[in-house]
Design a protein around this ligand. Structure first.
Ligand code: PEP
Ligand code: MG
Length: 903
């Protein structure tokens, strides 16, 4: 019989996939002997079974009963006992943390009878017992029975208004009892049945609600954003309840072992006296800072800080915790390796190396390319005259500017318009996730650094300022007010600084980050270290050094101009992996290309080619000179020719207008003829790539001559260029053979004419499935391969790369068919399989064949790990992504043993 239920005392932190993160860490803390309320975890496997079968697996109910008896014995109270009832919490916990996305039900086990037992246990505190009961009714009603949460809130608000009080805490026992009765009436009215009095039924239904919440819309949105598989399911943790709201010696809080925003050492967090956990994170009551607990409960604080130290030592990383103090006794409710900002990730990793806790290599595995990208974002330019209109807490760093949006819809519309908004809310809750994803930044009036807004924004890398207490958010009127005065209206631009917590009116100018300036070679590490972000830059320097030392993948850049090439080199590119020659055919060169296309005779064609040759030679020479001894891969012309011709409609209109007056020119009429002739239904699958080279005599020959003459000039100039010529869009070795013959003839000519010993190699792009499958044959002719994963993705999936991301991709993503666009991150099982096959077959013919990738995926972290695993020699990406690629290539080398292809 499968074991679906594990007591906390039986698991460990290694079992996250089975027990979920929360369950595995509760088990680990239990093993460490820390004070964890007894409990057990229902596995993710049970959830998956439920998702597939719509029912729970055989044996689960019995296993739960058995474990419940264990909890009863260890705590000395029985579930459903009218005198001394055991109450439990039912919490979700997936393998990867999804904060606030799924459901929790607390105080399970309370009913009309046990509520009095609870009061007796609490020294006759009826108010506390009734408050606990109303919380159960509210959570059960909302979560398990899908009742509108506002119905419950309205009752509470009405009760407070009647009593003339502002907070729940001021309501009496009798008030709470009335609230309980009204809540029960809501449940009866909305569901047609009474609130279930049987504790076992409550538990069972709460568990099912947690299972179901895995597929709640907001959870799906979150997993899409975080690229978490929809298959894995959540575990459910059932633990004995402890009460942070029992009396004045009770409290609840959350904390971090270091500052998760900056990485600075020192205990960090929030707590509330006489409260339950959700009061802290919901951001409804303004919390107190954790170090203040020392004054309120000195002994508890000493114990807690000791435990936090122990946890950090044990996990060898920043940990976050949730705890509750019940009548002076401390209980640990959760821990995990804590989320942090990108800056904190780098600083903490480097500090742990300095402290001797972890090796430099391990430190590199603790940071990511996505985090490095965030550090390269700009910040506000210093301006002594600038005045903040308000200040809150710096919850997630960065500089964000955008129009004010109040709702998800507004934020999404702004993103669609290309000007991402600042989402402003009183406080956020999980339903605001879509708006937070779409926004450039998030601003809230309530909540602390551990509020929902802060935690989620940090995870998403959104700039965030929380707890601007002076701020009043009036969604109905579409305004924000400060001290009663309207400060800005819907759509007005505002700026928020997530590093300082400041809020400004208008779009404030931003400037590059110190990390970006250091990584682009603009300043040295010493210069940068003297600045504000000194420690951060030093941490980046340390970890980039490790990455460059351990990586096996070389990193090149896609660059077509000398300026791009210089930028790429400054960012650490070790060569150019793709110079697209089509960009050299635009601008004032267009008439020459037109002349080539319009040429009616070989003579006319040659005139056009002769005009292009010296220009191309100059282009190539400049690239080679910029890159010195680094390899430069130049791709022969690839795009469909109509891209160089005028738009058919515009041209037709021009001709029609001209006919009405002086008559159309001969040139325009010939152009129209060519545009019509070259028009294709699917130009991406039409006359492009090597097909152009084979169809237009002399075109590739001219380009190759220009490349080789440039190489000869560079050599004559004392340089040592390393030039690679690449043929695009091949599918058959015969295409390569034909073109190569022509190219070799030109090479012989240029060698003879220049007297230089040219070393140019000739290779192919592999960007069509047939090329990958026939790679063994193609490698007979090609001296290197470069995977064009943009076209390979397009042709493997049959998705048009120009249309898919604007069209049905969102449907696919929302339905979980795709987690992320395959044009952004490599489809490792499909397109990746072709990369693997192509590499293997190519090398079977030509051992040691150099293989790279130059599609967009070359700069995508997850894809880079795949390319390392597949044994590629290099990745090539846009210049700005080169540092990220270097970092991830280093991580890929360190993490290779754990790698398996991912969806
Ligand atoms: C590719 O297809 O991946 C590629 C690099 O070529 P392009 O994007 O220019 O078609
Ligand atoms: Mg391509």
């Amino acid at each position: 019989m499968t074991t679906y239920v594990y007591p906390f005392s039986a698991g460990s932190m290694e079992q996250k996939d089975l027990l979920g993160g929360k369950g595995a860490n509760l088990a680990e803390m239990t093993r460490m002997g820390l004070p964890v309320p007894p409990g057990f975890t229902i596995t993710t496997e049970a959830c998956r079974y439920f998702m597939h079968h719509g029912d729970i697996p055989a044996g689960l109910a019995e296993q739960i009963r058995e474990q419940l008896i264990g909890v009863e014995e260890s705590i000395g109270r029985r579930f459903g006992d009218p005198h001394e009832p055991l109450l439990v919490s039912v919490r979700s916990g997936a393998a990867r943390s999804m904060p606030g996305m799924m459901e929790t039900v607390l105080n399970v086990g309370l009913n009309d009878e046990t509520v009095h037992g609870l009061a007796a246990m609490a020294g006759g505190d009826e108010r506390f017992a009734m408050d606990s009961y109303r919380r159960l009714l509210q959570m059960f009603g909302r979560t398990v029975q899908d009742i509108d949460a506002d119905l419950f809130e309205e009752v509470l608000d009405r009760q407070k208004a009647e009593r003339g009080v502002a907070t729940d805490v001021e309501l009496s026992a009798a008030d709470m009892e009335r609230v309980v009765e009204e809540f029960k009436a809501i449940i009866r009215r909305e569901t047609g049945a009474d609130f279930p009095q049987d504790p076992h039924e409550q538990l069972h239904r709460s568990m099912l609600a947690v299972f179901r919440s895995w597929n709640a819309p907001r959870a799906i949105v979150f997993r899409n954003a975080e690229r978490i598989s929809h298959e894995s399911g959540t575990a459910v943790n059932i633990g004995a309840m402890v009460f942070g709201n029992l009396d004045e010696d009770s409290a609840t809080g959350v904390g971090f072992t270091r500052d998760p925003a900056t990485g600075a050492p020192g205990i960090y967090g929030d707590f509330l006296v006489r409260a339950q956990g959700e009061d802290v994170v919901a951001g409804i009551r303004n919390t107190r800072s954790l170090p203040e607990l020392e004054q309120v409960m000195p002994e508890v604080y000493a114990q807690l800080s000791g435990i936090m130290e122990q946890l950090e030592e044990h996990y060898r990383d920043l940990c976050d915790i949730e705890f509750t103090v019940e009548s002076g006794t401390l209980w640990m409710l959760q821990t995990r390796v804590g989320k942090r900002t990108a800056a904190a990730a780098f600083r903490i990793a480097a500090t742990l190396v300095e402290e001797g806790t972890i090796s430099a290599e391990e430190a590199l595995t603790r940071v990511s390319g996505a985090e490095l990208t965030r550090l390269m974002f700009p910040h506000f330019a210093p301006d002594p005259g600038r005045r903040a209109i308000a200040r809150g807490m710096n919850a997630s760093p960065g500089a964000a500017v955008g129009p004010l949006a109040f709702t998800n819809e507004e934020a999404e519309a702004a993103q669609w318009d290309g000007t991402p908004a600042i989402l402003v809310r009183r406080e956020t809750n999980p339903d605001d996730l879509a708006g937070m994803i779409a926004a450039a930044g998030v601003l809230t009036a309530r909540g602390g650094r551990t509020s929902h807004a802060a935690v989620v924004a940090r995870g998403l890398g959104r700039t965030c300022v929380v707890g601007v207490e002076a701020l009043e958010v009036d969604e109905a009127d579409g305004v924000i007010r400060l001290n009663g005065e309207i400060a800005a209206r819907r759509g007005d631009e505002i700026s928020i600084d997530g590093t300082t917590g400041e809020v400004f009116l208008g779009a404030q100018p931003v400037e590059p980050s110190d990390v970006a300036r250091y990584l682009s070679g603009e300043v040295t590490v010493e210069q940068a270290a003297a600045g504000e972000a000194g420690e951060l830059v030093q941490a980046v320097h340390l970890l980039m050094g490790v990455a460059d030392r351990v990586r096996r993948l070389r990193v090149r850049a896609n660059a077509d101009t000398p300026e791009d090439a210089a930028r790429a080199r400054d960012m650490g590119a070790e060569g150019i992996g793709l110079a697209r020659t089509e960009h050299m055919f635009l601008g004032d060169r267009r008439p020459l290309v037109e002349a080539l296309i319009l040429a009616a005779t070989p003579g006319e064609r040659q005139v056009a080619l002769d005009a292009l040759l010296p220009l191309q030679r100059g282009d190539f020479l400049a690239l080679m000179q910029e890159m010195g001894e680094r390899p430069v891969t130049i791709r022969l012309l690839d795009p469909p020719l109509h891209e160089f011709l005028p738009d058919i409609t515009e041209l037709s209109v021009r001709i029609a207008r001209a006919e009405e007056h002086e008559g159309a020119t001969e040139h325009d009429l010939r152009l129209l003829d060519a545009v019509r002739r070259l028009h294709e239904q699917n130009p991406m699958l039409g006359l492009r790539g090597v097909r152009l080279g084979l169809s237009i005599p002399g075109l590739y020959g001219m380009q190759v001559r220009a490349i080789l003459e440039a190489e000869a000039l560079a050599l004559a100039d004392g340089g040592a260029p390393r030039v690679e010529i690449m043929i695009p869009l091949v599918s058959s070795v015969r295409e390569v053979r034909e073109i190569k013959q022509e190219l070799l003839a030109v090479r012989d000519d240029v060698r003879r004419e220049s007297g230089q010993d040219l070393t140019t190699t000739i290779g192919t792009m592999i960007e069509l499935p047939r090329a990958a499958l026939r790679a063994d044959e193609i490698a007979q002719e090609a001296e290197f391969f470069s995977f064009g994963t943009n076209d390979l993705t397009q042709t493997t999936w049959g998705f048009s790369r120009d249309d898919v991301e604007a069209g049905f991709f969102f449907t696919y993503r929302d339905r979980g068919i795709l987690l992320i666009s395959p044009f952004e991150s490599l489809d490792q099982f499909g397109v990746g399989e072709l990369v693997r096959i192509g590499t293997e077959r190519g090398r079977s013919t030509r051992p040691g064949l150099k293989v790279g990738v130059c599609g967009e995926h070359g700069g995508d972290p997850a894809s880079i790990h795949f390319f390392h695993w597949a044994g590629l020699d290099y990745v090539s990406c846009s210049p700005f992504r080169v540092p990220v690629a270097r970092l991830e290539a280093g991580r890929a080398a360190l993490l290779e043993e754990e790698f398996t292809p991912q969806h």
